[in-house]
Design a protein around this ligand. Structure first.
Ligand SMILES: Nc1ncnc2c1ncn2[C@@H]1O[C@H](COP(=O)(O)OP(=O)(O)OP(=O)(O)O)[C@@H](O)[C@H]1O
Length: 415
């Protein structure tokens, strides 16, 4: 019972009943470790730096005490949550709304890539909680008349290390200096840890066979939901086209897509209408999609810390999951750094190389079509850059794709 928070801590007042009920309704039977550590301190009004493994309920750890305090002293523009990505901002807002639905909490999401006027109107209504990416927030602080954060009582920097590395560093540092007083550190795991129920593997393969091995793995693990990480927008798009040419329900998510397409992709994947999400690191932090079974690092992350965030998109909240990292002849050093960071040696993902090679011909053909589509797509985009009907979700490029024979690729055993 979430009410444990209410009764379990001698020195704390605990979270109020109505919020405990909201937790029950979300199926949160008991608080997670970080919630047990952080919530009582936050309720005492302490400043907190929270550190815990991926998928361990950090959002609840800050949302619950904020909502609790809001109930005690209701006030407009009460809390600001800064996040590094737009998708994460929407997700956090949903979490606040789910926990605070019975107390009528009002949230505004202030992120780039979408209409700024409607955001100004939302801010004019003075919501209780603002969830923002730093750039667009600064725009509004500078340009939206009547909007300021002087009354603010709570500031959260989610994925703070990422936010502080952004170009907005100086602005954010000012906020941080102004905001943190004698902070307590709540660290419930060693610094860089992956979760226990995550099975991690690597695959050492020549760079030129990456696509073929990817298709092999998707076939081998068919029926699962995949997040596949690529290093660039272009490769994300290309790989999505390649897989779609082979009949997989793949959809891309990257920074060169319009914000509405980004959210569209994410929602299709969340709703299980697509089983494969291909993404850049824009999706590596914080996104909570419980049904992700497998994370594939198709391009190895260049920053080892991103590895931990990427693989943390699966095996969340006590579930199990798999992560497979492709290591080519060029990636050995990066991979060693990752193993060093997580403090483990990973096993090889078992493959039948003969079976993989049997896929080569069809994969080569699909690669050719994907390249053509990518070129076509680039030219089309150049012609009508701002056209809302563009096909940057890779789903519009059906023309060439239909010329590739067959539906979903099946393994061709015994040939
Ligand atoms: N007490 C709880 N009991 C069960 N599930 C919970 C509890 N608290 C949070 N959750 C769920 O756990 C999942 C992960 O939570 P959350 O997204 O806050 O993780 P996180 O620690 O912020 O992860 P990341 O480091 O990847 O951002 C969510 O689906 C959330 O609803």
């Amino acid at each position: 019972m979430y009410a444990l928070l209410k009764y379990g801590f001698l020195n704390s007042k605990g979270v109020t009943d109505v919020l405990c009920e909201a937790c029950d309704q979300l199926g949160w039977a008991k608080p997670t470790k970080i919630q047990i550590e952080a919530i009582p301190l936050a309720l005492q009004g302490r400043d907190i730096i929270g550190l815990a493994e991926t998928g361990s309920g950090k959002t609840g750890a800050f949302a619950l005490p904020i909502l609790n305090a809001l109930l005690e002293t209701p006030q407009r523009l009460f809390a600001l949550v800064l996040t590094p990505t737009r998708e994460l901002a929407f997700q956090i807002s949903e979490q606040f709304e789910a926990l605070g639905s019975s107390i009528g909490v009002q949230c505004a999401v202030i992120v780039g890539g979408i209409d700024s006027m409607s955001q100004s109107l939302a801010l004019a209504k003075k919501p209780h909680i603002v969830i923002a990416t730093p750039g667009r927030l600064i725009d509004h602080l500078e340009n939206t008349k009547g909007f300021n954060l002087r009354a603010l009582k709570y500031l959260v920097m989610d994925e703070a290390d990422r936010i502080l590395n952004m170009d907005f560093e100086t602005e954010v540092q000012k906020l941080q200096r102004a905001a943190l007083k004698n902070p307590v550190k709540c660290a419930v795991s060693s610094k860089y840890q992956t979760v226990e129920k995550l099975q991690q593997y690597y695959l050492f393969i020549p760079s030129k066979f990456k696509d073929t091995y990817l298709v092999y793995i998707l076939n081998e693990l068919a029926g699962n939901s995949f997040m596949i990480f690529c290093s660039t927008c272009n490769n994300t798009q290309r790989t999505a086209l390649l897989l779609r040419n082979l009949g997989f329900t793949a959809i891309p998510l990257h920074g060169q897509m319009s914000q509405s397409k980004r959210l569209g992709s994410l929602n299709k994947f969340k709703a299980k209408a697509r089983s494969i999400l291909l993404a850049t690191d824009v999706a590596s932090r914080g996104l909570d999609i419980p049904h992700v079974d497998v994370v594939v690092n198709f391009d190895i992350p260049t920053h080892s810390k991103d590895y931990i965030h990427r693989v943390g998109r699966t095996a969340r909240a006590g579930r199990s999951g798999k992560a497979i990292t492709f290591v080519t002849q060029y990636d050995v050093e990066l991979f060693q750094r990752i193993e060093h960071l997580i403090g483990k040696k990973l096993p090889v993902f078992p493959t039948q190389d003969e079976e993989v090679m049997m896929l080569t011909e069809r994969v080569n053909e699909a690669q050719r079509f994907a390249r053509m589509e990518l070129r076509e797509h680039g030219e089309k985009k150049k012609r009508k850059r701002e056209d809302a009907g563009d096909d940057d979700d890779a789903e519009g490029a059906m023309g060439v794709r239909n010329k590739v024979a067959g539906g979903k690729m099946k393994k061709r055993k015994g040939r």
